[in-house]
Design a protein around this ligand. Structure first.
Ligand SMILES: Nc1ncnc2c1ncn2[C@@H]1O[C@H](COP(=O)(O)OP(=O)(O)OP(=O)(O)O)[C@@H](O)[C@H]1O
Ligand SMILES: [Mg+2]
Length: 363
């Protein structure tokens, strides 16, 4: 039985520190630029839990007389793809051909997601729409004065009460198997809602499979996963063990996950503390590397940063990057996306521009 990890976001309260150049001399930026240039030639299948991220913002008008709560004057409601669909959205903006596979409900949120992707010319034939399902929606209420930054005051989640019906699981599996065959990589985004599962992954015939699983990383052992991208709290929860500031513990758990899941690589995202990459060498001892974050360590909005990371990591692997090169690219993308408000994406042009700037600075 896996434990639901408590999500710990490491927000610094001190002034922003530009940690900056993640690029050390060992990173070949020309090579990274070539990899990014070949993104449009890759096809990535994304299987997982589609979520709608909603942001309702309002101006603080007064305190209610009914109860001691703020009354907000509604400014706007914005909706973005979240969860697996955020990975899809990032891949589309990175120029890849994306084949999303998942399920939405026959409801407003499902319609919004499908319309969003149709407008972006993403192939939605792999997204099932079912009467027996509720599209998972996360609504954030943001309050602010006219000239101040908005602050989240409440989040309301709408989630299906029951498990995904077996009949729908089977349809998702058959769509995934078909899409996986023509893809250069399959990205699994398991947020615990049931569209992706270890059984489904085991049934895939794919060139490479990357995995992000919020609650059951270790259930994917022997599922044929190539690389996984847990955040540090997820790795801690998987082994019921705290890492904290203990670098040796991180090293120990990273190596354990690499071996328990028979992975080629493990990318552990560590919020403002960067990333740790573990690689299993053929016949050799596993290698590990630490990567510092790119950019300031006080983010604007970390919503969905993990989805951007796995999208770039997967796409780079499909394009022929080594695990370390793919991790460096994902790290740049993570640094860019946390400086944007709401659930955001990184475009290929943005990634290209950052790499060119770094290359100039390195000379
Ligand atoms: N506080 C921060 N400062 C700078 N960069 C950050 C910060 N938090 C996250 N990032 C960037 O975003 C990446 C992914 O963040 P994080 O480790 O929080 O993933 P996650 O918890 O899986 O995210 P998600 O909420 O999408 O699941 C980090 O590796 C880093 O590049
Ligand atoms: Mg995550």
């Amino acid at each position: 039985m896996s434990v639901r990890p408590r999500k710990i976001k490491r927000h610094s309260r001190t002034a922003a520190r530009f940690v900056g150049r993640a690029t050390d001399a060992t990173v070949d930026l020309t090579r990274l630029l070539d990899i990014v240039a070949s993104f449009p030639r890759q096809t990535i299948c994304v299987v997982g839990d589609f979520v709608l991220d909603q942001f309702v913002s309002g101006e603080i008008s007064r305190v209610s007389r009914e109860a001691p709560v703020l009354i907000l004057r509604h400014r706007r409601t914005e909706s973005y793809p979240g969860g697996a669909s955020n990975a899809v959205n990032n891949l589309a903006d990175l120029g890849a051909r994306v084949l999303p596979v998942g399920v939405v409900g026959d409801d407003e949120a499902g319609k919004t997601l499908l319309e969003y992707f149709r407008r972006k010319r993403v192939n939605v034939s792999g997204i099932l729409r079912s009467h027996d399902w509720v599209t998972s929606t996360k609504t954030r209420y943001l309050a602010g004065w006219t000239h101040t930054a908005e602050q989240q005051v409440l989040r309301v989640d709408r989630e299906p009460r029951e498990q995904l019906p077996t009949r729908i699981q089977d349809s998702v599996e058959s769509k995934a198997r078909k899409a996986a065959k023509s893809a250069d990589a399959v990205l699994i985004s398991d947020y615990g809602l049931g569209a992706a599962s270890p059984a489904l992954v085991r049934s895939l015939d794919a060139k490479r499979i990357t995995l992000d699983s919020r609650y059951r990383l270790l259930d994917y052992r022997d599922a044929g996963v190539t690389a996984a991208t847990p955040n540090e709290p997820e790795l801690e929860a998987a082994y019921h063990s705290a890492i904290g500031v203990d670098a040796r513990k991180l090293e120990e758990l990273g190596r354990r996950a690499l071996s328990d899941l028979s992975l080629q690589a493990l990318l552990v995202t560590r919020g403002k503390d960067g990333m740790a990459v573990f690689e299993s060498g053929a016949g050799k001892e596993a290698r590990s590397h630490n990567i510092l974050i790119y950019g300031p360590d006080v983010p604007v909005d970390v919503t969905g940063a993990g989805d951007t990371v796995i999208a770039v990591f997967t796409l780079a692997l499909a394009a022929g990057a080594s695990y370390l090169e793919a991790a460096h690219l994902a790290n740049y993308a993570g640094g860019i996306v946390v400086m944007k408000r709401r659930t955001a994406t990184v475009t290929r042009a943005e990634l290209d521009a950052v790499l060119r700037r770094e290359a100039t600075a390195q000379r």
